[in-house]
Write a protein that binds this ligand. Structure first.
Ligand code: SF4
Length: 407
């Protein structure tokens, strides 16, 4: 079998694929147990929620805790504002997600599966409910749906566990990590829906098949969400290792001249357009180059939009979305958002730009979760890519893009 995997078959826009259609297209789910973990190791499947952690290693860490009752927490919170890929997958291929969850439960010895889905993703919740009704009774009895509050940090692993335990979708400090003590104090596998769907395909077709889908050293395919200055925004499946430029071409090409690309979402970072096109869409390769694939967001900023204004909007959003539990979020992130807003909109104070440069290095590694780290990385990329625009805003109190257009 060649070609793409998760979204091959009927057009995802046609809605949910029924159990009958799913089974006739892909065949029954193999009865794999713990041996699937070795298969996942060999496949080099990495998590698609943002951290790109090896999936086999994650499953093994839960399976090895043993005990009577691990939990599989299927993470479909998708709180990243620019991402659509998880909800498209849940709406169109809910049985593939449920297959992956069932395999994870078998391989880790879990007796319970929780589908943790963003409350605003009504189409995904409805498709999963309908799909669940088509599954065997034993699976229906051990699976439930929990709706995640619409908040950026709701999908963070410890926030998801915290929500199940106490109804509060806010991150908690580590350790213990969810695989050690998670939902109801039990070892908990928190796994993104796309990762589980890939696992279900690997169980059917093998590790070699999956690796061969990728380009060069990269394994498999990835779901991307294209937005901004592309002709056809939306969700696209690409071979891992193909380039950002090829993905944009797959989305119909540019809809306007591009200034920069936001790669990986709000926790990713800006890349100047001319440098972005040749970058490989593969988490380890991007990390080596100082970038992140994150949750697969590729957002193209057109030349006529100001990078300072866009970045200020995103930093303000991240400051508002923090749990406001720790110093870097309560003080640092809020102050950075205020300085960015002054620079972008109302007029900068003399040392705003210098303070932003300092904060971009100081915010990381100090919160209970990675929220401030993600915001700091984003800020650093904005200062680097829009260096000239920041200086223009700082010195002249106005926007270089508007000045250029007026000239
Ligand atoms: S670092 Fe920020 S988002 Fe994370 S737990 Fe602390 S206050 Fe909340």
């Amino acid at each position: 079998m060649t070609g793409l995997s998760l979204l091959s078959g009927p057009d995802p826009r046609a809605g949910m694929e029924t159990a009958a259609a799913h089974l006739s297209r892909l065949g029954p789910l193999p009865s794999a147990g713990t041996e699937l973990i070795d298969l996942l190791d060999r496949s080099d499947l990495r998590g698609r929620g943002g951290a790109a952690f090896p999936v086999g290693r994650k499953w093994r860490s839960v399976a090895e805790r043993g005990g009577s009752g691990p939990v599989v927490l299927v993470n479909g919170a998708e709180g990243e504002p620019l991402s659509r890929k998880d909800r498209v997958l849940m709406e169109a291929r809910p049985h593939l997600v449920l297959d992956g969850a069932a395999l994870a439960a078998r391989a880790t010895g879990a007796g319970e599966v929780v589908l943790y889905v963003g409350a605003e993703h009504a189409g995904a919740v409805s498709a999963l409910r309908r799909a669940l009704a088509e599954r065997p009774e034993a699976e229906r009895r051990s699976t439930r749906i929990a709706t995640a509050p619409a908040r950026y940090v709701s999908g963070e692993e410890t926030a998801a566990v915290h929500f199940l335990n106490e109804g509060v979708a806010l991150p908690t400090s580590l350790p213990p990590r969810p695989y050690e003590r998670g939902a109801d104090g039990r070892p908990t596998l928190v796994q993104n829906v796309e990762s589980l769907a890939h696992a279900a395909m690997i169980a059917r077709h093998g590790d070699r098949w999956f690796r061969d889908l990728g380009r060069g050293e990269a394994a498999g395919t990835a779901l991307l969400t294209l937005s901004g200055a592309v002709a056809v925004p939306g969700v696209l499946e690409v071979a891992q290792g193909s380039t950002v430029g090829e993905a944009v071409t797959g989305g119909g090409g540019l809809g306007a001249p591009a200034r920069a690309v936001l790669l990986g979402g709000y926790f990713g970072g800006w890349v100047a357009a001319e440098q972005a096109w040749g970058l490989p869409l593969d988490a380890p390769a991007l990390r080596d180059r100082g970038h992140s694939l994150g949750c697969g967001v590729v957002a193209v900023l057109p030349e006529h939009r100001c990078g300072v204004v866009e970045s200020a909007r995103i930093i303000t959003y991240l400051a508002e979305q923090s749990a406001r539990q720790c110093g870097p979020c309560v003080f640092g992130l809020r102050a950075a958002a205020a300085a960015m807003h002054r620079l972008a909109v109302t007029g900068a104070e003399p040392d705003d730009l210098e303070r932003l440069r300092r904060w971009s290095g100081e915010l990381s590694g100090r919160g209970a979760c990675h929220h401030p780290d993600g915001a700091a990385g984003f800020l650093l990329s904005a200062l680097r890519v829009f260096d000239e625009e920041f200086l223009h805003h700082h010195r002249r109190g106005g926007c270089s893009v508007r000045a250029r257009e007026a000239a």
